[in-house]
Design a protein. Structure first.
Length: 319
Protein backbone atom coordinates (compact mmCIF):
# COMPACT_ATOMS: atom_id res chain seq x y z
CA UNK A 1 0.00 0.00 0.00
CA UNK A 2 1.64 3.23 -1.09
CA UNK A 3 0.75 6.90 -1.48
CA UNK A 4 2.81 9.44 -3.41
CA UNK A 5 2.99 13.23 -3.33
CA UNK A 6 4.41 15.12 -6.29
CA UNK A 7 4.35 18.60 -7.75
CA UNK A 8 1.09 20.50 -7.48
CA UNK A 9 1.95 22.90 -10.29
CA UNK A 10 -0.01 22.05 -13.45
CA UNK A 11 -0.14 24.79 -16.07
CA UNK A 12 -2.02 23.12 -18.92
CA UNK A 13 -5.66 24.05 -19.52
CA UNK A 14 -8.05 21.55 -17.98
CA UNK A 15 -5.76 20.61 -15.09
CA UNK A 16 -6.53 23.53 -12.80
CA UNK A 17 -8.58 21.27 -10.51
CA UNK A 18 -6.37 18.21 -10.71
CA UNK A 19 -5.65 18.27 -6.98
CA UNK A 20 -7.90 18.70 -3.97
CA UNK A 21 -5.65 20.85 -1.84
CA UNK A 22 -7.40 20.18 1.48
CA UNK A 23 -7.00 16.41 1.19
CA UNK A 24 -3.46 16.76 -0.10
CA UNK A 25 -2.46 19.03 2.79
CA UNK A 26 -4.14 17.10 5.63
CA UNK A 27 -2.85 13.71 4.52
CA UNK A 28 0.55 15.24 3.76
CA UNK A 29 0.82 16.64 7.28
CA UNK A 30 0.12 13.16 8.65
CA UNK A 31 3.28 11.84 6.96
CA UNK A 32 5.42 14.99 7.32
CA UNK A 33 5.55 15.43 3.55
CA UNK A 34 8.08 18.14 2.73
CA UNK A 35 10.33 17.32 -0.17
CA UNK A 36 8.74 15.76 -3.24
CA UNK A 37 8.33 13.26 -4.68
CA UNK A 38 7.41 11.64 -1.36
CA UNK A 39 6.38 7.98 -1.31
CA UNK A 40 4.74 6.52 1.82
CA UNK A 41 4.55 2.72 2.18
CA UNK A 42 1.94 1.17 4.49
CA UNK A 43 1.61 4.54 6.18
CA UNK A 44 4.87 4.13 8.12
CA UNK A 45 7.81 3.88 5.66
CA UNK A 46 8.77 6.99 3.70
CA UNK A 47 11.01 7.49 0.68
CA UNK A 48 11.80 10.99 -0.52
CA UNK A 49 13.40 11.89 -3.83
CA UNK A 50 12.97 11.11 -7.48
CA UNK A 51 14.87 10.61 -10.70
CA UNK A 52 17.32 13.08 -12.16
CA UNK A 53 16.35 14.43 -15.57
CA UNK A 54 13.20 12.27 -15.52
CA UNK A 55 15.21 9.05 -15.79
CA UNK A 56 12.64 6.95 -13.94
CA UNK A 57 14.12 3.57 -14.83
CA UNK A 58 17.14 4.38 -12.67
CA UNK A 59 15.09 4.43 -9.46
CA UNK A 60 13.00 1.34 -10.12
CA UNK A 61 15.44 -1.07 -8.35
CA UNK A 62 15.16 0.78 -5.02
CA UNK A 63 11.34 0.82 -5.22
CA UNK A 64 11.35 -2.86 -6.13
CA UNK A 65 13.53 -3.61 -3.11
CA UNK A 66 11.07 -1.94 -0.73
CA UNK A 67 8.18 -3.71 -2.40
CA UNK A 68 9.83 -7.10 -1.96
CA UNK A 69 10.56 -6.39 1.71
CA UNK A 70 6.89 -5.70 2.34
CA UNK A 71 5.50 -8.49 0.18
CA UNK A 72 4.10 -11.55 1.91
CA UNK A 73 2.91 -9.74 5.02
CA UNK A 74 -0.41 -11.03 6.34
CA UNK A 75 -3.03 -8.46 7.25
CA UNK A 76 -5.48 -9.16 10.10
CA UNK A 77 -8.34 -7.59 8.14
CA UNK A 78 -10.10 -8.42 4.91
CA UNK A 79 -12.14 -5.79 3.04
CA UNK A 80 -14.91 -6.50 0.53
CA UNK A 81 -16.52 -3.75 -1.55
CA UNK A 82 -20.01 -3.98 -2.95
CA UNK A 83 -22.38 -1.42 -4.37
CA UNK A 84 -24.68 -0.23 -7.11
CA UNK A 85 -24.97 2.88 -9.26
CA UNK A 86 -28.51 4.23 -9.07
CA UNK A 87 -28.67 7.08 -11.57
CA UNK A 88 -25.81 9.32 -10.44
CA UNK A 89 -25.93 8.04 -6.83
CA UNK A 90 -23.45 5.32 -5.91
CA UNK A 91 -24.57 3.28 -2.89
CA UNK A 92 -21.91 1.12 -1.28
CA UNK A 93 -21.17 -1.35 1.48
CA UNK A 94 -17.68 -1.85 2.88
CA UNK A 95 -17.54 -5.25 4.58
CA UNK A 96 -14.66 -5.69 7.05
CA UNK A 97 -13.78 -9.19 8.32
CA UNK A 98 -11.14 -10.21 10.84
CA UNK A 99 -8.80 -13.05 9.87
CA UNK A 100 -7.29 -13.16 13.37
CA UNK A 101 -7.73 -11.50 16.75
CA UNK A 102 -6.58 -7.88 16.58
CA UNK A 103 -6.86 -4.93 18.97
CA UNK A 104 -9.29 -2.38 17.51
CA UNK A 105 -7.93 0.56 19.53
CA UNK A 106 -7.40 3.56 17.21
CA UNK A 107 -8.36 1.48 14.16
CA UNK A 108 -10.51 3.40 11.67
CA UNK A 109 -11.97 2.69 8.26
CA UNK A 110 -11.08 5.45 5.80
CA UNK A 111 -12.97 5.79 2.50
CA UNK A 112 -11.85 7.81 -0.51
CA UNK A 113 -13.19 8.58 -3.96
CA UNK A 114 -10.38 8.59 -6.54
CA UNK A 115 -9.99 9.12 -10.27
CA UNK A 116 -7.78 6.58 -11.99
CA UNK A 117 -5.58 6.71 -15.10
CA UNK A 118 -5.76 10.44 -15.78
CA UNK A 119 -3.32 11.88 -18.34
CA UNK A 120 -1.72 14.83 -16.55
CA UNK A 121 0.92 17.29 -17.62
CA UNK A 122 4.27 17.03 -15.86
CA UNK A 123 5.99 20.37 -16.25
CA UNK A 124 9.42 19.19 -15.05
CA UNK A 125 9.62 16.57 -17.77
CA UNK A 126 7.53 18.55 -20.26
CA UNK A 127 5.39 15.51 -20.92
CA UNK A 128 2.08 13.87 -20.04
CA UNK A 129 1.99 11.05 -17.52
CA UNK A 130 -0.70 8.57 -16.51
CA UNK A 131 -1.66 9.45 -12.92
CA UNK A 132 -3.17 6.64 -10.83
CA UNK A 133 -5.91 7.03 -8.21
CA UNK A 134 -5.94 10.79 -7.69
CA UNK A 135 -7.85 11.64 -4.52
CA UNK A 136 -11.12 13.46 -5.25
CA UNK A 137 -12.92 13.13 -1.94
CA UNK A 138 -12.19 11.85 1.55
CA UNK A 139 -15.57 10.61 2.72
CA UNK A 140 -14.46 10.04 6.33
CA UNK A 141 -12.37 13.19 6.82
CA UNK A 142 -14.61 15.14 9.21
CA UNK A 143 -14.95 14.18 12.86
CA UNK A 144 -18.64 13.32 12.49
CA UNK A 145 -17.82 11.06 9.53
CA UNK A 146 -15.17 8.93 11.28
CA UNK A 147 -15.69 5.15 11.22
CA UNK A 148 -14.00 3.41 14.18
CA UNK A 149 -13.82 -0.38 14.05
CA UNK A 150 -15.59 -2.27 16.83
CA UNK A 151 -14.57 -5.83 15.93
CA UNK A 152 -11.51 -7.45 17.52
CA UNK A 153 -11.98 -11.23 17.39
CA UNK A 154 -11.25 -13.67 14.58
CA UNK A 155 -14.32 -14.34 12.45
CA UNK A 156 -16.11 -11.13 13.39
CA UNK A 157 -17.31 -8.78 10.65
CA UNK A 158 -18.66 -5.27 10.36
CA UNK A 159 -20.49 -3.50 7.52
CA UNK A 160 -20.22 0.22 6.76
CA UNK A 161 -22.73 1.69 4.31
CA UNK A 162 -22.90 5.04 2.54
CA UNK A 163 -23.37 6.80 -0.76
CA UNK A 164 -22.04 9.67 -2.87
CA UNK A 165 -23.31 11.50 -5.94
CA UNK A 166 -20.91 11.27 -8.88
CA UNK A 167 -22.65 14.27 -10.48
CA UNK A 168 -21.24 16.49 -7.74
CA UNK A 169 -17.68 15.64 -8.76
CA UNK A 170 -18.36 16.11 -12.47
CA UNK A 171 -19.16 19.77 -11.75
CA UNK A 172 -15.91 20.21 -9.80
CA UNK A 173 -13.45 18.47 -12.11
CA UNK A 174 -13.45 19.30 -15.87
CA UNK A 175 -11.71 16.03 -16.78
CA UNK A 176 -14.15 13.89 -14.83
CA UNK A 177 -15.35 10.57 -16.30
CA UNK A 178 -17.59 8.22 -14.32
CA UNK A 179 -15.85 5.17 -15.78
CA UNK A 180 -12.53 6.20 -14.20
CA UNK A 181 -13.87 6.53 -10.64
CA UNK A 182 -12.87 4.14 -7.87
CA UNK A 183 -13.65 3.69 -4.21
CA UNK A 184 -10.65 3.13 -1.95
CA UNK A 185 -11.28 1.67 1.51
CA UNK A 186 -8.42 1.25 3.96
CA UNK A 187 -7.96 0.47 7.63
CA UNK A 188 -5.53 2.78 9.38
CA UNK A 189 -4.36 3.37 12.92
CA UNK A 190 -5.20 6.99 13.82
CA UNK A 191 -2.23 7.17 16.20
CA UNK A 192 0.64 5.50 14.30
CA UNK A 193 -0.90 5.91 10.79
CA UNK A 194 -0.01 2.29 10.04
CA UNK A 195 -2.27 0.79 7.38
CA UNK A 196 -3.48 -2.77 7.89
CA UNK A 197 -5.50 -3.44 4.73
CA UNK A 198 -6.76 -1.66 1.63
CA UNK A 199 -9.20 -2.50 -1.16
CA UNK A 200 -9.88 -0.57 -4.36
CA UNK A 201 -12.80 -1.00 -6.75
CA UNK A 202 -13.95 0.81 -9.87
CA UNK A 203 -17.59 1.82 -9.40
CA UNK A 204 -18.45 0.24 -12.75
CA UNK A 205 -16.86 -3.09 -11.82
CA UNK A 206 -17.59 -3.56 -8.12
CA UNK A 207 -19.75 -6.70 -8.12
CA UNK A 208 -23.43 -5.89 -7.75
CA UNK A 209 -24.60 -9.50 -7.45
CA UNK A 210 -21.80 -11.81 -6.33
CA UNK A 211 -23.88 -15.01 -6.30
CA UNK A 212 -25.72 -14.26 -9.60
CA UNK A 213 -29.15 -14.96 -8.12
CA UNK A 214 -30.77 -11.78 -9.44
CA UNK A 215 -30.74 -10.01 -6.06
CA UNK A 216 -28.23 -7.17 -5.60
CA UNK A 217 -25.67 -7.58 -2.82
CA UNK A 218 -27.09 -4.63 -0.91
CA UNK A 219 -30.51 -6.33 -0.73
CA UNK A 220 -29.45 -10.00 -0.63
CA UNK A 221 -29.97 -11.78 2.71
CA UNK A 222 -27.26 -14.24 1.67
CA UNK A 223 -24.98 -12.52 -0.87
CA UNK A 224 -22.42 -15.35 -1.21
CA UNK A 225 -24.84 -18.24 -1.92
CA UNK A 226 -27.57 -18.18 -4.56
CA UNK A 227 -31.05 -17.85 -3.03
CA UNK A 228 -33.26 -16.06 -5.57
CA UNK A 229 -36.40 -16.55 -3.47
CA UNK A 230 -34.74 -15.05 -0.36
CA UNK A 231 -36.30 -17.62 2.02
CA UNK A 232 -35.89 -16.55 5.64
CA UNK A 233 -38.23 -18.66 7.75
CA UNK A 234 -37.12 -17.27 11.09
CA UNK A 235 -37.20 -13.66 9.92
CA UNK A 236 -33.72 -12.77 11.17
CA UNK A 237 -32.66 -11.25 7.80
CA UNK A 238 -30.22 -14.10 7.19
CA UNK A 239 -31.31 -16.35 4.32
CA UNK A 240 -32.04 -19.99 5.12
CA UNK A 241 -29.29 -21.28 2.81
CA UNK A 242 -26.58 -19.56 4.86
CA UNK A 243 -28.18 -19.22 8.31
CA UNK A 244 -25.94 -21.16 10.75
CA UNK A 245 -28.23 -20.39 13.68
CA UNK A 246 -31.76 -20.87 12.44
CA UNK A 247 -33.96 -19.60 15.27
CA UNK A 248 -36.64 -22.14 14.37
CA UNK A 249 -34.40 -25.01 15.47
CA UNK A 250 -32.03 -23.50 18.02
CA UNK A 251 -34.75 -22.43 20.42
CA UNK A 252 -34.21 -22.23 24.16
CA UNK A 253 -33.83 -25.76 25.53
CA UNK A 254 -32.78 -27.49 22.29
CA UNK A 255 -29.16 -27.74 23.39
CA UNK A 256 -28.07 -30.19 20.69
CA UNK A 257 -29.97 -28.59 17.79
CA UNK A 258 -31.85 -31.72 16.73
CA UNK A 259 -35.31 -31.89 15.13
CA UNK A 260 -38.31 -34.19 15.43
CA UNK A 261 -38.21 -35.22 11.76
CA UNK A 262 -35.55 -35.00 9.09
CA UNK A 263 -35.56 -31.89 6.87
CA UNK A 264 -37.91 -29.98 9.17
CA UNK A 265 -37.57 -26.97 11.45
CA UNK A 266 -39.34 -28.61 14.40
CA UNK A 267 -36.98 -28.59 17.40
CA UNK A 268 -36.80 -31.70 19.58
CA UNK A 269 -36.48 -30.90 23.30
CA UNK A 270 -35.99 -34.24 25.02
CA UNK A 271 -33.84 -36.37 27.29
CA UNK A 272 -30.87 -35.95 24.98
CA UNK A 273 -30.88 -32.21 25.61
CA UNK A 274 -30.88 -32.88 29.37
CA UNK A 275 -27.87 -35.16 29.00
CA UNK A 276 -26.06 -32.62 26.80
CA UNK A 277 -26.60 -29.75 29.22
CA UNK A 278 -25.62 -31.94 32.17
CA UNK A 279 -22.37 -32.92 30.46
CA UNK A 280 -21.62 -29.27 29.75
CA UNK A 281 -22.22 -28.24 33.39
CA UNK A 282 -20.06 -31.12 34.63
CA UNK A 283 -17.29 -30.11 32.16
CA UNK A 284 -17.51 -33.46 30.39
CA UNK A 285 -17.84 -31.53 27.13
CA UNK A 286 -16.08 -28.21 26.61
CA UNK A 287 -18.56 -26.36 24.38
CA UNK A 288 -21.63 -26.55 22.17
CA UNK A 289 -22.59 -24.91 18.92
CA UNK A 290 -22.40 -21.11 19.08
CA UNK A 291 -26.07 -21.17 18.04
CA UNK A 292 -27.20 -22.91 21.21
CA UNK A 293 -29.12 -20.98 23.87
CA UNK A 294 -28.73 -22.60 27.31
CA UNK A 295 -29.46 -19.82 29.79
CA UNK A 296 -33.04 -20.95 30.50
CA UNK A 297 -33.38 -18.66 33.53
CA UNK A 298 -31.99 -15.65 31.62
CA UNK A 299 -29.71 -14.80 34.53
CA UNK A 300 -26.49 -14.77 32.48
CA UNK A 301 -25.34 -17.95 34.19
CA UNK A 302 -25.55 -21.60 33.12
CA UNK A 303 -25.78 -24.02 36.04
CA UNK A 304 -27.84 -26.73 37.75
CA UNK A 305 -30.86 -24.44 38.03
CA UNK A 306 -31.04 -24.22 34.23
CA UNK A 307 -30.86 -28.02 34.16
CA UNK A 308 -33.85 -28.25 36.55
CA UNK A 309 -35.88 -25.96 34.28
CA UNK A 310 -34.99 -28.07 31.26
CA UNK A 311 -36.01 -31.28 33.06
CA UNK A 312 -39.37 -29.70 33.90
CA UNK A 313 -39.80 -28.70 30.24
CA UNK A 314 -39.18 -32.26 29.03
CA UNK A 315 -41.37 -33.78 31.75
CA UNK A 316 -44.19 -31.45 30.68
CA UNK A 317 -43.92 -32.78 27.15
CA UNK A 318 -42.44 -29.60 25.65
CA UNK A 319 -40.71 -31.31 22.76
Amino acid sequence: MSIEWHTDGFQVDGFENLLVEEIRDIRGDMYDVGGIPHLQWNGIIDEVGGASNCDWEAIFPSKEETLQELSGQEAPYNITLEGELDGSLFNYNVVVDLNSDFNNENQFLEIFVAQDSLRAWWSTCQDYHNCRFIGRDWLTMEENERLPLSINLEGESEVFSGSFDVADYAEMFPLWEDSSISVIALIQNSDTYAMHQVETGNIMRIPFDRDDDGVLNLDDNCPEISNPDQEDLDGDLVGDVCDPCNNLVYVLGNTNGDVTEANTYNPAIDIFDILTLSDLIDNEISSLSSCTEMDLLADESINQFDLIVLIDMVMAGNN
